[in-house]
Ligand binder design. Structure first.
Ligand code: UT7
Length: 322
């Protein structure tokens, strides 16, 4: 019997504090008009001190387990994608494990910047299909507000905080085509200097802030994500018309629209949260997915294409039948 990873439940968490473009423009040399025109962002959520990656990841994971009708006892492993962990170690995933009351299995953090959730799905799916785990939480949780350079208006207006999670459950893949159909992940380390954080705990007294060459990242994002989408469809013998929903990484409305056009999807088939969440890095895809499932847009049976690209460069796609 072939095993499939079924997307059993999704969950989300956003800090209650909403910061509009106008509020940012009081302290940063920018404007609501510029931010909206260039990015589509209207507002973002910023975490309070207690809202760490572990705290928000736990809340999103709890919601995903509840949506799946699962409990802590069903969790064999936790993969948490983040660039903003609570501590160097233990892994933020293990802080989540403890908070959820999970007392067995494995957990680790995954560093692939904005592509982290897609990377996590890929690792979890391969483990499940190989029989190594039956229930895996994949979480993206980020507090980018703590690594932004407030002197750099080209980056500090682009990001927000939040967490999204999915619970994957091993299922029988012989009867239907429900579940993760494929994942593809890629990286090009030679492009590491166009989007990075210039420090970490491994560098004394240099926690680091985000640095980005936006134009270069934009150029690579459009090309690489278009390739990733075609790769996912070709691997499954599917065409553009088979895709019901695109759930893209939420970095810039212009990139999202370009991807929708490439797939020939009408705008109402593309899930957009960048206007309200800004770019939440590894949390952006699971947050968007959780929102569109919770409000009933994405229904059981829908074919959903997920894609993301970020620092590394790292990028990838996942094709999922709900
Ligand atoms: O999640 C990881 C993946 N990340 C991405 O995919 C991000 C990809 N890049 C982008 O989304 C866009 O490149 C940005 C939104 C970052 C920038 O948009 P852009 O259209 O590429 O603008 P730009 O960087 O070329 O800057 C255009 C102008 C510059 O002024 P000059 O040199 O033309 O006079 C900037 O100084 O806009 C200026 N500018 C701003 N003005 C007001 C840059 N940031 C701001 C700002 N407010 N916040």
């Amino acid at each position: 019997m072939p095993i499939r990873s079924i997307l059993a439940g999704t969950g989300a968490y956003l800090p209650s504090r909403v910061v509009t473009n106008d509020e940012l423009a009081r302290t940063v040399d920018t404007s609501d008009a510029w931010i909206q025109e260039r990015t589509g962002i209207r507002q973002r959520h910023f975490a309070a001190p207690h809202e760490t990656a572990a705290f928000m990841g736990t809340e999103a994971a709890r919601a995903a387990l509840a949506a799946a009708g699962a409990t802590a006892a069903d969790v064999d492993g936790i993969i948490l994608a983040t660039s903003t962990p609570d501590q160097a170690f233990p892994a933020t995933a293990l802080r989540v494990q403890a908070a959820l009351g999970v007392t067995r299995g494995f957990g680790f953090d995954l560093s692939a910047a904005c592509a982290g959730f897609i990377y996590g799905l890929s690792v979890a799916d391969n483990m499940i299909r190989a029989g190594g785990a039956k229930g895996v939480l994949v979480i993206g949780s980020e507090v980018y507000s703590r690594i932004l350079n407030w002197e750099d208006r080209g980056t500090c207006v682009l990001f927000g905080d939040g967490a999204g999670a999915v619970f994957l459950r091993a299922g029988d893949g012989s009867g239907s085509d429900r579940g993760i159909l494929s994942t593809h992940i890629h990286a090009q380390g030679t492009l590491g200097d166009i989007l990075y954080v210039d420090g970490a705990v491994g560098q004394r007294d240099k926690p680091g802030v985000l640095v980005m060459n936006g134009r270069e990242v934009f150029r690579h994002a459009v090309t690489r994500l278009a390739e990733a989408v075609e790769e996912a469809l070709a691997a499954n013998g599917l065409g553009h018309r088979d895709v019901d929903w695109l759930v893209p990484h939420q970095a810039n409305r212009r990139i999202i629209d370009a991807m929708g056009r490439k797939l020939g999807l009408p705008p109402e088939r593309v899930v957009v949260t960048v206007d309200r969440h800004a770019n939440t890095s590894a949390a952006s895809v699971p947050l968007a997915l959780a929102e569109a499932i919770a409000d009933g847009r994405i229904r059981p049976g829908s074919l959903v294409l997920l894609e993301a690209l970020g620092g590394g460069l790292a990028w990838g796609s996942a094709l999922v039948r709900l």
